[in-house]
Design a protein around this ligand. Sequence first.
Ligand code: ADP
Length: 562
Amino acid sequence: MIKNCLYMYKKIWGYSKLRIILIFVVAFFAALNTCTDLLFFKFMIEGISEHRSYQYILVLIAIRLGILLLMQCVDNISNTVIFPFCDLKIKKGFSIELYKKVKDIDLIGFDNAKFYDKYSRAFNETEYRATGMLQTLSYVVSVTVQIIVVVITLAYINPVAILISIFGALVTAWANVVNTKAVYNYDLKKTKLFRGFEYIKRVFYIPEYSKDIRMTHLDQVMYKKFDRLTSDNRQVVKECAPKIAAVAISGSWAFNFLSVGVTSAFMVYKVYQGVLGIGDFVTAVYAVNNLSNNLLQFSNIIPQFSEHALFINNYLEVLNYQTQIQSEKDAEEISPFGKKEIELKNVSFHYPNVDCNAINSVSLHIRAGEKIAIVGENGAGKSTLIKLIMRLYEPDTGELCLDKTPYNQITKNSIAEVFSVVQQDFQHYALSIKENITLVGHRGQKEHTDDEAVWDAIRRVGLFEKIDSLPKGIDTQVTKEFDEEGLNFSGGQLQRLAIARMIYQNSGVMIMDEPSSSLDPISEAKIFDLIYELAKDKTLILVSHRLSGVKDMDRILYMEEG
Ligand code: ADP
């Protein structure tokens, strides 16, 4: 637990030192405030009962007010003005670290429900967990300093009261620790359900589903799913919540009984015995109350740390995920351009938790510059084969080679750059048209975009007139999600945009999965002409149901049951 939490604090320190330093400054002022508060009561009561001058009392009030105002200024300025800046830095640090990791996680990781749960938790929690850990740290620092101040004050008045309070706090701490694991398991169970609820929300929210929501009974189906999830959630609450509540109630009851009940009775007894003066009594009651609250907070801190630690375990598991798709250390870079030769030697592959192979001992030699089509019924294994060729999956057995070099002797990035792909489920993003096209990098360059090449690609796919007529041209946003002037493309136009991206990338192997499914026959013929022209000096792999499109290919491969 300690190792995990220290690891996280070290990271936060790396992102924003000021944030942590300020926690200590704020805690110092809070302790100073508590200290003056305790002494203020003592001196006020003693001053009044000893009939000190009115001026004396006013000076006491002025000192008390001055320190209170100072503390409130430091607290407010830190919390409202400085912390938000620091938190932005911390949020950026953690988010980008996690986003960078995503590229290393094999696609197959998403087929593993257990890993996917951890992955969702890491994504959903990282941001507020870092803020939560800072909050815990400020509790620890301010509560510790305050406890020290109060204990010193009480030690002068009556040490037995301290012991009773500490005993009460230990009971509560124990109850909280017992509860942490139960709360974590409770959260874990809820995460699974939470994903279901999020999915339903997405279906109602994302424009892609809006047509079906209006035209079909999809909404009713989703309501039923919502009902099922709600009743599962109710079951989880029923199983876990009463136990958590019972332990929490017994812990805080024991704490209050000892810290508030027994100590107050004990102090009054001491006053009756004539051992405690009235000024000391009021200060002591106030101090015990303060100590009890701080100890209670302290006892809440331990479970907070163990909850953080459990999360950090989960987070580190995602960060330390070892990709299965690895190239050798001395793997070489290859040029993404020019005709490529691809060879599959006896390749087999199965999805996790599925008994039969999706790809069964496939051997295939695609010559440099060859144009091949892959046809076959749904579920035959065409998309899986393409994903193996793009190295999104690693085969169970067999080997794949690019220009006679085995895949594991070529760097992963280099392989990714060899393929320009138009998938059936082509994704477009709420970014500008230019960004949507150039995200693949131009001729191997990742950093610099080339506007001329973007316009050239747009012209070739027949979108020039449409985009040229827009006030912002290629800087127009795709979708209206973040910009009212954004453009919603039709299905066919999106497919053209996908092909524009491919033209811009200009790499050696073109892979097209149903590239013309949303196009009318005239546009389809034009797009196929364009594809053949583009593929003149490239290798082309085309997955299509339409035989009209594949008749001019060098070879047509028919696939069945992998
Ligand atoms: P095609 O592209 O020819 O329609 P796929 O390659 O998508 O076929 O699928 C081949 C087989 O693998 C099918 O039986 C399909 O159900 C299965 N399959 C595809 N994706 C997954 C997955 N992520 N997990 C488990 N099985 C899958």
